[in-house]
Design a protein. Sequence first.
Length: 106
Amino acid sequence: MSTAVAGRNGARETVLKTVIEVLRDMTSDWDLEFDGEIGQDTRLVGDLAFESIDVVHLIVMLGEVYQEKDIAFEKLLMEDGRYVTDLAVRPLVDFLHDTLRERGKI
């Protein structure tokens, strides 16, 4: 594995860990039926019982963590002009990683 690939993978893993930590903090006092560990395939609505306001809160928290206020999350949350009905951690992390990398933040 090249150093560049290893660096990208390491940065993505860091973003993944950060997103999971934020999700754990957000849901720590929620009464969830979800009893697994939050991972890449965890769905915000289906597994963690997120509502739209929770998605907004997550976006704000991630913006604060990365000191970025203008991340175009609508690119992730909208598909063919409609809001997506659920979102897994993996595409969220991929989107955030790619955006931060493009901005030179990671």
